[in-house]
Design a binder for this molecule. Structure first.
Ligand code: UDP
Length: 307
């Protein structure tokens, strides 16, 4: 297949490019490098891999045949999308429209990288795909949540109205090598702080929960979904649920750090709990995560040690 990956130089996108190239696909990676980096894909040059520096919120065109368009471009860390609210809204809305247009013109399959943030601060736990969510549209996080909700609606409209072959994957917190040390997410922050012996910054009381999926499991889920014919949204995440304080303690233990834990203010609209219901992924794809949090953290810590 010839596959276009937007956001292909980002954390998740670059692992996806690796997996596509490894299975013999040709990859065209489009990225404007606002949160992505050449370093994430430098090893792919010369291996059925083309890089195009472009912002997909503007018109997108790729010459030649294309079999699939995977729209993974967006700031994804709360710190990033709070700093780039308008770009985040644009890449989720205009970027999704442009990449859907590319897929339609090429007769290609389209996949949208969506998010558990469409569930907002969920009042149903764990979250099945059938849950409509509890999002504050005008709060600071709304720029990401609503962009992705619009993107899902636009994707379904292209599917229903144009008959486009579409996929929607809803990711839960994903971690692993190539996370940016300064991206502000909890796993990268805690590892960087622990390795430096700095205080671990727990926001709020640390009793809020997240469910952390290792990037290799996530990418395996993406490929399984791409190869399926499932048009409805699908959760891809690891149901292992931890409080943020538990995560801090595990990171301290695995790094052998002397760091203390300090509490800082909880960001506005920070979800109190999050856990994927992956029944549909299990039934439709035969997919489930294989990497336990501690094992994935060991690999991730190793990556950060060598930066
Ligand atoms: N968090 C924290 N300390 C940090 C960074 C994040 O306690 O240094 C918390 C954050 O408030 C949230 C959780 O960890 O409750 C996950 O945050 P992250 O930014 O990784 O992603 P989110 O799941 O909120 O999109």
């Amino acid at each position: 297949m010839r596959v276009v990956v937007t956001g292909g130089a980002g954390f998740l996108g670059s692992h996806l490019c690796d997996a596509l190239v490894a299975r013999g696909d040709d990859v065209v990676c489009i990225d404007n490098l606002v949160t992505g980096s050449h370093d994430n894909v430098a090893h792919l040059f010369g291996h059925r891999f083309t890089f195009v520096e472009h912002d997909v919120s503007n018109h997108v065109w790729v010459p030649g045949e294309v079999d699939a368009v995977l729209h993974f471009a967006s700031p994804a860390s709360p710190r990033d999308y709070l700093e780039m609210p308008i770009q985040t809204l644009k890449v989720g809305s205009l970027g999704t429209h442009n990449t859907l247009g590319l897929a339609k013109a090429k007769g290609a399959t389209f996949m949208l990288a969506s998010t558990s943030e469409v569930y907002g601060d969920p009042q149903v736990h764990p979250q099945p795909e059938s849950y409509w969510g509890h999002v504050n549209p005008v709060g600071p996080r709304g720029v990401y949540d609503e962009a992705k909700r619009f993107a899902e609606a636009m994707t379904m409209a292209y599917h229903r109205y144009h008959g486009l072959d579409t996929r929607i994957v809803r990711f839960f917190n994903t971690y692993g090598p190539r996370m940016r040390p300064g991206d502000g997410r909890v796993v990268s922050n805690f590892i960087v702080q622990a390795l430096a012996g700095d205080p671990i910054t727990v926001y709020g009381d640390g009793n809020q929960t997240r469910s952390f999926g290792y990037v290799d499991d996530t990418v395996r889920g993406v490929l399984a979904l791409l190869d399926s014919s499932e048009h409805d949204p699908l959760n891809i995440g690891n149901p292992g649920e931890f409080t943020v304080r538990e995560l801090a303690e595990i990171v301290i233990e695995l790094t052998g750090s002397t760091s203390s834990i300090v509490c800082e203010p909880l960001p506005v609209d920070d979800p109190t709990q999050r856990q994927p219901d992956i029944t549909r992924a299990r039934e439709l794809l035969g997919w489930e995560p294989e990497v336990a949090l501690r094992d994935g953290l060991v690999s991730t810590i190793e990556h950060f040690r060598h930066l």
